[in-house]
Design a protein around this ligand. Structure first.
Ligand code: KDG
Ligand code: MG
Length: 403
């Protein structure tokens, strides 16, 4: 099964996506997602200019060897652009192998370990009352796990609070929009939010919250402590994780479970966090952490330390990634939860897929491969539009802050 053709498509059906399509001499096609939010064209160029010339003529069955070839062979290792490009090739190759075997991908990964993939949805509101309403709406739709984010009185624009009911899009402008931040207001508001939400949904719904890297370690420790009575499933990205020791400090103060890693690219980014059991869930994902081949390695390492998976699944991860992540989530032993932000109808039409939501779970379906397709003709109607993630500034003096 030799690779005869490789093409990169950049399209914007509601938001930007980069898609890699490989074709083989026996007429099969495999798809990989190469979307890196706000930096899409860098990955498209990395693939077109540097990776594709090395792929033509290679044996598509040699997935691990191709991974090593692209990772070690490039000499320049790691980083979001490189690892997203490698992921796109890797997922396309797994898709091809599963199609050649005429099996759904999860069967090649060892078969199902569970009946479905538990997902969490995103409820976000302008204020406390609106957020409670949104959480109840998600409960009504069948979700068993719900992330809650709320606007904060006195702040203009805050991460995680969107205009649309179901589709949340942080890359919302042709130049970065500006968000406000005030740690004191946030630390006072968030425990009130979860007190209201927990009271409204009862004890059985899993509740999650994303801090989005905006606290210092000691502030995060305070928040974790204040949220303990509401028994969160996790507190996500409490502080930036470049300094992995920061998590030891948070851990010393709170039993609120911690999740981190949506911006991680390799096992090296999470090594200390996992081996010292400083986190509970690892959020690295198929598309930004080197594909299924590398994510499996991270998950196996995490399993040794009782850390479970909690893969990133925002709208900027295309349906191709969602499909691949669901096969992975069905088969991986130490699965925790999968994020599921619904895509727009335009996106779903460009990427027809076999996965389905029912009763709080997603199932990847029984189509061969990863079960996600790409409508090239329809995609051509949605050309790339430059879109940036926002920046965050302290409200009182404009200092640039983490977001
Ligand atoms: O591209 C960035 C988004 O994917 C990210 O901001 C979403 O934090 C996020 C999440 O938890 O889904
Ligand atoms: Mg997040």
């Amino acid at each position: 099964m030799k690779i005869t053709e490789a093409e990169v498509f950049v399209c914007c059906p509601g938001r930007n996506f980069v898609t890699l399509r490989l074709r083989t001499d026996d007429g099969l096609t495999g798809l990989g997602d190469a979307t890196l939010n706000g930096r899409e064209l860098a990955v498209a160029s990395y693939l077109k200019d540097h990776v594709i010339p090395c792929l033509i003529g290679r044996d598509a069955h040699r997935i691990e060897d191709t991974w090593q070839y692209l990772y070690r062979g490039a000499y320049w290792r790691r980083g979001p652009v490189t690892m997203t490009a490698i992921a796109a090739v890797d997922v396309a190759l797994w898709d091809l192998k599963a199609k050649a075997a005429r099996m759904p991908l999860y069967q090649l990964l060892g078969g199902a370990c569970r009946s479905g993939v538990l997902v969490y949805g995103h409820a976000n509101g302008r204020d406390l009352a609106h957020t409670v309403e949104e959480v109840l709406r998600y409960k009504e739709m069948g979700y068993r796990a719900i992330r809650a984010q709320s606007g904060i009185p006195g702040l203009n624009k805050v991460y995680g609070v969107s205009k649309d009911a179901l589709f949340y899009e942080p890359a919302d402008a042709a130049l970065p929009s500006e968000h406000d931040w005030d740690t004191g207001k946030y630390l006072r508001h968030t425990p009130q939010l979860f007190a209201r939400v927990r009271e409204a949904v009862g004890p059985d719904i899993h509740l999650l919250h994303d801090v989005h890297h905006r606290l210092t370690p000691i502030e995060a420790a305070r928040l974790g402590k204040d949220l303990e009575p509401f028994r969160l499933f996790w507190m996500e990205d409490p502080t930036p994780a470049e300094n992995q020791d920061a998590f030891r400090l948070i851990r010393q103060h709170t039993v609120t479970p911690l999740a981190v890693g949506e911006v991680f690219n390799t096992i090296w980014d999470c090594k200390r966090l996992i081996e010292e059991q400083l986190i509970d869930y690892i959020r690295a994902t198929v598309v930004h952490a080197g594909g299924i081949t590398h994510l499996r390695r991270i998950a196996d390492f995490a399993a040794l330390h009782q850390v479970r998976t909690g893969c990133h699944g925002a709208t900027d991860l295309s349906p191709v990634t969602m499909g691949a992540a669901l096969h992975f989530g069905l088969a991986v032993p130490n699965f925790g939860i999968q994020e599921y932000m619904r895509h727009t109808e335009e996106t779903d039409a460009v990427f027809p897929h076999a996965y389905r939501f029912a009763d709080g779970f997603l199932h990847p379906g029984e189509a061969i491969g990863h079960g996600v397709d790409f409508d090239e003709t329809l995609a051509a109607k949605y050309p790339y539009r430059r879109a940036y993630l926002p920046v965050n500034r302290l409200a009182h003096d404009g200092t640039l802050w983490d977001w």
